[in-house]
Write a protein that binds this ligand. Sequence first.
Ligand SMILES: NC(=O)c1ccc[n+]([C@@H]2O[C@H](COP(=O)([O-])OP(=O)(O)OC[C@H]3O[C@@H](n4cnc5c(N)ncnc54)[C@H](OP(=O)(O)O)[C@@H]3O)[C@@H](O)[C@H]2O)c1
Length: 343
Amino acid sequence: MPTASPAPIESRGTGLPPTMRAVVARRYGTEDVVSIDEMAVPSPGATEVLIRVDASSLNALDWHYLTGTPYLIRPSAGLRRPRRITPGADVCGTVVAVGADVTLHQVGDAVFGECQGGGCGAYLATDQGSVVRLPESVSVELAAATPVAGLTAVQGLRTKAALQPGEHVLVNGAAGGVGTFAVQIAKAMGAEVTAVCSAGNVEMVRSLGADTVLDYGTEDYVDGGARFDVMLDNVGNRTPLENLSVLKPEGRYVAVSGPKENRWLGPVGHVVRSALRFRRASQSFHQFTASPNQPDLTFLGELLADGRVVPRIDRIIGLEGVAAGLAEIGTGHTRAKIVVVPD
Ligand SMILES: NC(=O)c1ccc[n+]([C@@H]2O[C@H](COP(=O)([O-])OP(=O)(O)OC[C@H]3O[C@@H](n4cnc5c(N)ncnc54)[C@H](OP(=O)(O)O)[C@@H]3O)[C@@H](O)[C@H]2O)c1
């Protein structure tokens, strides 16, 4: 979390500036509460690294932290005011200072990973375990597009579903951040992929390697007759019974998200209904919240380095573009990734 340092970092002889430009939202709201401020450069805690940010990217979670919805997140996000005031959980940058107990990184290391916000600013402090070394051949923009969405796809497909080569996976919501990674990672794992998106994104999703692409405006994955080993559901727009009907008897359903109309509980209703319905079925139900760890980030770095995964970037924006970018995320129809390069 980008906390203001009581003692400017400059006073400890680091040569770093005492303040920086950062996107801030000091109260809950929509893009209207977002501005750009001059803030203190944070100080790294004992196990933290201070990173000079080269690039970040936006995710649905930034919209949740901006709006404070569903209200379920408020006990951790901040009851009346957000604790994370600067968006950007994805980061790629250079380590410029380390806490006293840091053993994994040193000043000068290029790293990427997932932090507790702060990517839409010039510097952020994050736990040493939340970032890994950036492979030399990978650009900062591609690395910054990866952590949250890539970790979600890896942990959904590999950790939860234990996807095997030759299996058939259905990716619902294939055109967004998680979906564009999931299609490529499932192909990299040797699976056959059927992907669901809107008409305007069919060609983009096909270019990611999907074997079959369904335009949800004209084709219904429930009625298609196909049966899948794994379903990675980034949308949650169908009933548990409908999702069960497209899975093979030993199939695995992985709920990444669910409908968000309920401002109190968000996708929780869908998750609970699915968990209850799947208890009476041979197919298994999995739900999770993605989190950073060194092995998964390193795996993603390898996929990026050898080109098996090439993050799809819709556009690169500066700090001034973040408010509009967040508003777009809030529509639920973002295309691939929006990368932020602090100016
Ligand atoms: N469990 C976790 O740890 C975790 C982690 C990351 C994200 N999430 C959640 O997972 C969801 C996806 O995240 P994201 O980063 O990919 O979001 P995103 O970048 O905003 O993308 C959402 C995508 O959903 C697609 N979509 C909307 N309605 C659809 C429908 N009826 N059928 C198929 N696709 C539809 C949109 O594509 P079209 O424009 O083509 O409709 C859009 O590209 C979000 O709800 C997010 O909050 C959960």
